[in-house]
Design a protein around this ligand. Sequence first.
Ligand code: SF4
Length: 349
Amino acid sequence: MTGALEQETPVAARVPPGGGGKGPLLELDDIDVVYQRRGRPPVQAVLGASLTLGAGEIVGLVGESGCGKSTLGRAAMGLVPLSRGTVRYGGTPVEPLGRKARPQALRSLQMVFQDPYASLNPRRRVGSQIADAVALGRGDGLKSGEAGPAVAQALERVGLGPEVARRYPHEFSGGQCQRIAIARVLASGPRCLVADEPISALDASAQAQIANLLASVAADAGLGLLFISHDLSVVRKIAERTIVMYLGRIVETGATDSVWSAPSHPYTEALIRAIPKPGAGASLPVELPGDVPDPSRPPSGCRFHPRCPKAFDRCPKEEPEMYEVSPTWRSRCFLAEPGVARPMTGPAR
Ligand code: SF4
């Protein structure tokens, strides 16, 4: 099994740019998600967000708690209603399902959840839960004698032995349980995974292992993987493309190497500076100033302006668009607007 992230060859390096498929598997087009609250102002959790995810592509979605990234992931799965915009998977609209069964065309779009214990049934053996997923993926059930080998194969893909099938989820650590949850998802034959903070409930060593495991199985099977995390240092290691969200808005999107080495948006820069730097040149992280504002009362103009060290007189008055930094790189900051002189800043780290 894999070791610390720093010792790994980035999985993103094994994935062709733009993903390995012909077109996007998953497409979110200009979506809004608004949570209505009785007697209180609504919360605009996601505003005007668009993204695409191709087969074999790993995209990281990052931001602080409350930035809307998990809501975006749930919208991609059809788990929350949209106020505007569309989500399509393989060309099929992804609609909120309620109590209805997921249509066959959407069954290969699967989710990995934050809490592996909550995503598994504590009263059923691991093997029977994985066998159910195999049957669901095939659509026509399992013949006698097929379940055992299929379950063993799914467990092997996540580095676990066949004996795990006979045991119950509570017998395993958080990291092992997340492996089991991933095995169950893989057993259903997905083409696209949305992983919502899949490592945030785990200890540090398990975090690195699970992130690498997800990236490896996605790369090996040519799956699209939307990896949602508040940890930019993990996303840097596994994602070829990074999307940064702040207070419901996508504020920067581009190739991970570019975003990391010379972030265009001051928020991305602040997120990177807030990561502890290990090794001989270790330095204390620079904390982001202030807290994320109340999303029901977002600041005027640029939503980041009350916390932005580079804010100027235009920032509280107008909201910036997504400006092109390069053909594959966008930033929602006036400093990236064509014709606006950008202050000389070096790499964030
Ligand atoms: Fe900062 Fe202004 Fe850019 Fe917003 S638009 S990130 S406030 S410089």
